[in-house]
Write a protein that binds this ligand. Structure first.
Ligand SMILES: Cc1ncc(COP(=O)(O)O)c(C=O)c1O
Length: 416
């Protein structure tokens, strides 16, 4: 079935449902995305194109700050700022008190990670698709605390090997880091299954959901993770410099952030302070109000579309691209897993991924290259140095996907 047919049939189905069911209105999505008109944008796994409401929220607030000053401008938006947290909570099926707002996925991940107590001999488990920033933090803490980092192997299809992981668990495993969808390809890991094993063995589970929130439906109650980190600028289509952390309420007060300020804690006596009892213990007072409002607008935009609907659109495009690229003899697809996200990774025999990216850019097609050092364990195991990464969001049209495939076909032909 052609992608357009799938899109149209879903639009008809949604029109028949009640108005409370989010409707994917492709025309308004295009109209809301000025950046997608003059280019083929395939980099939502990098930094996506924010829709107009996000742009308006950020720019509008900056203008207001210029008019009345940052403090008054923020006071005027107290309700809207509270709604950011509440909307994120709705999106991932959590309570607002469990959400800490921050400036990136790595900040969120490390804020949580560095608060987990570790002693010599303790173990941290990471997996083959670990993102570099998280692996580096784990290695640094191992060096500082005498804990060790162990790597959970992958199955032949690339997912985290839950059976092997089960065999690795013992009482010394204090933390398990899981990656929902890695940065360098279409893999989706079996998070709920891995979490069950880790938590049954008494370990804390921290989920890197940087590439999944905004792309895949994410439900923390279903996944049962202890903490989750996410970014604003990728699949959520928020502004750069935004992100958030979710922490399970039951473990929140047991974890003391490495750094505190007068927002995460209160100075209650000359030598006394009290740490916030909710997830704001992982926030600092000063923040970019404009981008935070922009993140809120992005989350609301997705809630209006519906996370399941958004993923169905993204997955369709990923599938369409993989099918079309697989017809080109010198293209090698590198997506692992049996269930795929919208991240499509590939190489063209005889041409470097950087060259492909640069040539595409000359033709107004945006992709990125994922390098070995971002996911060192996985790329080294597979003997890959870099891959082209095409990540179409739901605003990419079928015609644009075809344009991209035609260009890859032309470049592949030149290379041979
Ligand atoms: C899987 C994964 N985890 C974490 C990160 C880090 O996100 P941020 O740059 O927002 O800190 C990325 C960024 O590309 C990623 O792809």
């Amino acid at each position: 079935m052609r992608m357009t047919a799938a899109l149209i049939s879903r639009q008809h189905q949604s029109a028949r449902r009640s108005r409370l069911v989010p409707v994917f209105d492709f025309e308004s999505v295009l109209a809301d995305t000025p950046g997608c008109r003059d280019q083929v944008f395939l980099d939502s796994a990098g930094s996506s194109l924010p829709p107009r409401p996000v742009l308006d929220a950020v720019v509008g607030h900056l203008r207001r700050e210029a008019a009345v000053g940052g403090y008054r401008a923020a006071e005027e938006r107290v309700d809207a700022l509270a709604a950011v947290r509440a909307d994120i909570a709705t999106l991932i099926n959590a309570q607002p008190e469990s959400i800490a707002l921050g400036d990136s996925a790595t900040r969120a991940w490390t804020d949580f990670f560095y608060s987990v107590p570790l002693a010599p001999g303790d173990r941290m488990l990471i997996s083959r698709s670990e993102y570099a920033a998280c692996a580096i933090a784990a290695l640094q803490r191992a060096r500082a605390t005498g804990a060790v980092v162990d790597i959970v192997p992958a199955t032949p299809t690339g997912e985290i090997d839950v059976e092997a992981m089960s065999g690795m668990m013992d009482e010394r495993v204090k933390l398990v880091s899981l990656v929902h969808a890695p940065t360098n390809g279409g893999l989706i890991n079996p998070v709920a299954e891995a979490t069950r094993i880790a938590r049954n063995a008494g370990a804390i589970v921290l989920l890197d959901a940087c590439q999944s929130v905004g792309q895949l439906p994410v439900d923390v109650a279903r996944l049962d993770v202890d903490a989750l980190s996410a970014t604003g600028r990728k699949w959520l289509r928020g502004p750069r410099g935004t992100g958030f952390l979710y922490v399970r309420p039951e473990i929140l007060t047991a974890l003391e952030p490495q750094r505190l300020d007068l927002h995460s804690a209160k100075w209650v006596g000359p030598s006394e302070f009290r740490i916030a009892s909710d997830a704001t213990r992982f926030e600092f007072w000063e923040h970019n109000v404009a981008t935070r409002l922009g993140l809120g607008a992005a989350v609301r935009y997705l809630l209006d579309i519906g996370a399941h609907r958004a993923f169905a659109e993204v997955a369709d495009r990923g599938k369409y691209l993989r099918a079309a690229l697989s017809q080109i003899p010198t293209v090698v697809l590198h997506d692992l897993g049996t269930q795929h996200s919208g991240i499509v990774s590939f190489t063209v025999t005889g041409t470097s991924p950087n060259l492909i990216r640069d040539q595409l850019r000359k033709n107004a097609i945006t992709v990125t290259v994922s390098h070995r050092h971002s996911t060192l364990l996985d790329m080294t195991t597979r003997g890959l140095d870099s891959v082209v990464r095409a990540s179409p969001h739901y605003f990419v049209t079928e015609r644009q996907l075809d344009q991209f495939v035609t260009e890859i076909r032309r470049l592949a032909h030149i290379a041979t």
